[in-house]
Structure formats: C-alpha cells, structure tokens
Ligand binder design. Structure first.
Ligand SMILES: [Zn+2]
Length: 122
C-alpha cells in the first residue's frame, strides 16, 4: 500500500520552531515530490520541513565529557562502595545568650505636630 502523494496545501504534522510544538502545517513548496517548506497553521510562519523532528537538544559537550569519564572508569572494577560517614560528634551546644534582662529605655512620646503654645493676649 502506498501513501497518497502529498500535494501543495496538504496538512501534515511538523515541528514548528516558533511554536515549539508538533503542529499542523500546510505544505508550501515541494521539490521533486518531497516537502520542502511548510506553513504552520497556528502561527502562520513558514519554515523548512523538519520531518516532524526538531527542538531536540543535541548531545552537548557535557554529555561527551561524561562519556569520556565513563570510558576511563574500567568496567571490570567493582563500583567503590561508599563507606558510611563516621558518626558525627555533636558539637557542644552554643553558649546561651546572656539572660540579663535588658532594661528598655524609657518610652518617648512622639508627636507629629509641634505643640503650639497657648495663645495669649486675645
Ligand atoms: Zn507555529
């Protein structure tokens, strides 16, 4: 069974780099029977047909470094068993803060407005 040939304007699924989702796309151009460009039906941006792939992160340098480290570790050597950490000695409790009662300074009365002296001579 052969798939029906794709034609311009047909809707196909593709990864939209702008929407960052696999969405409906209309075929915008074809080259030798192969889809070349598509138009996202969600954001109407056109881009090269990505065959439904895209948006996947490449194996970064981290992964390769990790592989190098893994390669250095000989597979025959048993994995080192981590010794349990020695029991921690409990540090003596810190000195309690001095229990001297702080004497609070006497309360100050703050008034927002200056108290006007009483008027005289009226
Ligand atoms: Zn889109």
């Amino acid at each position: 069974m052969t798939e029906p040939a794709l034609r311009l304007g047909d809707l196909i699924d593709d990864y939209c780099p702008r929407c960052r989702f696999l969405l409906n796309h209309a075929i915008a151009s074809m080259v030798e029977g192969q889809v070349a460009k598509v138009i996202c039906q969600t954001c109407y941006s056109d881009h090269a047909y990505q065959h439904g792939q895209g948006g996947k992160k490449k194996a970064g340098p981290r992964a390769t470094l990790f592989d190098q480290v893994l390669a250095k570790v000989s597979p025959a050597a048993p994995a080192p068993v981590a010794a349990p950490p020695p029991p921690k000695k409990r540090a003596p409790p810190p000195e309690p803060p001095s229990m001297k009662k702080k004497v609070a300074p006497p309360a100050r009365y703050i008034s927002r407005h200056k108290i006007k002296p009483p008027r005289r001579g009226l």
